[in-house]
Design a protein around this ligand. Sequence first.
Ligand SMILES: Cc1c(C)c2c(c(C)c1O)CC[C@@](C)(CCC[C@H](C)CCC[C@H](C)CCCC(C)C)O2
Length: 293
Amino acid sequence: SLPAESRPQALNELPDDSELLDPYVSSLRRRALQTRELSAVRSFSDGFLLKFLRARDFDVELSLKLLVNYQQWRKESPEISGCLSPSSVLGLLNTTYHAVLPQRDHTGSRVLIYRIGQWNPKDWSAFQVFRVSLMTSEIISTEIETQRRGVKAIFDLQGWTLGHALQINPSLARKISSVLSDSFPTKVRGIHLVNEPMFFRPVFAMIRPFLPDKIKQRIHMHGADFHKALSKFFSPTILPPEYGGEGPGIEEACQDWTNQLLQSETLLQQIASHPTADIAITPDESYLRGNRD
Ligand SMILES: Cc1c(C)c2c(c(C)c1O)CC[C@@](C)(CCC[C@H](C)CCC[C@H](C)CCCC(C)C)O2
């Protein structure tokens, strides 16, 4: 195999069908099929294994660990991962709670926005809210460019109330820290909290202890005066005006992503029932194709 130093960057740039990747895919498949925790799985598609290899820069052992954790997390979180149906949370999506911005940032990362204030905790449980993030993550993690460059998330905590805080118990906090660290095949490149009130601190204090230093260092709290701070991390050309940019408005971005989610209903159903299989793209989901090849 290649020397470790030349491995990460070089291999991550190659397309899925490059034969230089074959030995890594075969080796991860062999290791996965030998692993007791994965014994219920009979086959793994190349595309599925490549997600885990790219997320761990082609270190086979680390990729295997991530794969085992991913399966384990899904098994332990049926309330979140069992029903990956966008129409089951359509009312929440229609509040313009969430968007994936149409443009990547200057490093190629996907940029996600969550507006917590749009979530009414009387109407939607934290599990349903979590499901939105999981569905988006499953969709964008099929994009090779996202596998390479990861994601950055902006959480707007304007309107965070005690009602929200009460939904986040220690068990859910653990699930949040797990997906951020080593249970989902996406590189988390940055988390930006804006408008966080003082009483968000106790909730963050439940999540933080379980995060590795690498992720802790990527979490930034910007408070109410966030425009200038955000502009140090993101080009104004991609951000919505509500976040100090010149891109499309947040409501439009939310509506567009809601439509993408709805069009991905079959893809998500496939992932929920056969996560390790190859993903067949239906004509509706052809927008993914440009990003995947
Ligand atoms: C793969 C992946 C998933 C699945 C994911 C996120 C990211 C960056 C991912 O890469 C971020 C959001 C999260 C963890 C779902 C959170 C759902 C809860 C119910 C939202 C409540 C509000 C949080 C208390 C706000 C702060 C959270 C940050 C410290 C992450 O889901």
